[in-house]
Design a protein around this ligand. Structure first.
Ligand code: PMP
Length: 285
């Protein structure tokens, strides 16, 4: 398959980055994942806005026009004949030719990598049964609002979940859920209110989260943005998580406790369909 590296398209098996790249040595970089359905990019511009925000937060150079990045995404989707899956984009602080904690000066260009991954994201059997998730301490750093490539804590959480026979993990700080290992977390209270944690440096401002909140506003559904505990989530009517490649994914078990009747709930299912219907007909299951 084809990838983009810095200036050009390149066969994936010929795309090499220096051992001195700061992405490799310091996890000094940011990324975005944009879903592709029927060859179309979903919410591309929102992802690019967040990318620029991440770069600003880290004083990372952003010398590209968004239109150029869109062209690269679309060309890779076409060249790799990607029907359904995702496009991954990563920017790192480049190769200063040595290992030094300080940022290099502006003459060192950032490294830009873009590649595609093919996977079935629409027909996901987990939507029918719902996910089983476990809690784990949120050991990540205190700027989780920046989408950096430093993902070891998320990997560790997913491995801990797997070791417990669960599908995924949700992070907990001070007795409250922050977010899932790679998704935002929502619940529907026994009274029928939709609750999700407010934006802060403790969570990633999810593009899917924002889209779901927008859909709720359009449908005049009541939303409360506040933190909630695993205990409250266990007593909720529904729990679900959101991300670019899983859209809205019902959660039916939390630390072994059934949520509601143990089946995906109507709010999660209808929000999933409403989200997908924004991207044209034929996407709904
Ligand atoms: N939180 C974390 C920690 C994530 O890694 C992700 C997925 N990148 C999300 C939330 C969901 O964000 P989005 O809806 O933009 O994919």
């Amino acid at each position: 398959s084809w990838v983009w590296l810095n200036e050009d398209y390149c066969p994936a098996d010929q795309a090499w980055v220096s051992v001195f790249d700061r992405g490799f040595l310091f996890a000094d970089g940011v990324y975005e994942v944009t879903a592709v359905v029927n060859g179309e990019l979903l919410d591309f511009h929102a992802h690019m806005q967040r990318l620029q925000r991440s770069c600003r937060a880290l004083e990372l150079a952003f010398p590209w026009a968004v239109e150029t990045l869109q062209q690269i995404h679309e060309t890779l989707v076409a060249r790799n004949q990607l029907h359904e899956g995702s496009v991954y984009l990563q920017i790192t602080r480049g190769n200063p030719g040595k290992r030094d904690f300080h940022y290099p000066d502006v003459s060192v260009p950032p490294t830009l990598v873009v590649f595609t991954q093919s996977h079935n994201i629409l027909q996901d059997a987990r939507v029918e049964r719902g996910l089983s998730v476990v809690t784990c301490p949120d050991i990540r750093w205190q700027r989780c609002d920046i989408k950096t490539v430093s993902l070891l804590a998320a990997s560790m959480a997913k491995m801990a979940a797997q070791a417990q026979g669960a599908d995924d993990a949700v992070f907990v700080t001070d007795g409250l859920i922050t977010e899932a290992s790679s998704a935002n977390c929502f619940m529907v209270t026994p009274g029928g209110k939709l609750v999700t944690r407010a934006l802060s440096q403790a969570i990633l401002p999810g593009i899917t989260r924002a889209a779901i909140l927008e859909i709720c506003q359009q449908h005049h559904l009541e939303i409360e943005t506040r933190a909630f505990s695993p205990q409250e989530a266990c007593g909720a009517r529904e729990v679900f998580i959101t991300s670019a490649t899983t859209f809205v994914m019902p959660v039916t078990r939390l630390d072994g406790n059934l949520i509601g009747d143990g089946r995906p709930g109507p709010v999660a299912i209808s929000l999933r369909n409403a989200y997908l219907s924004r991207f044209g007909a034929g996407l709904q299951r």
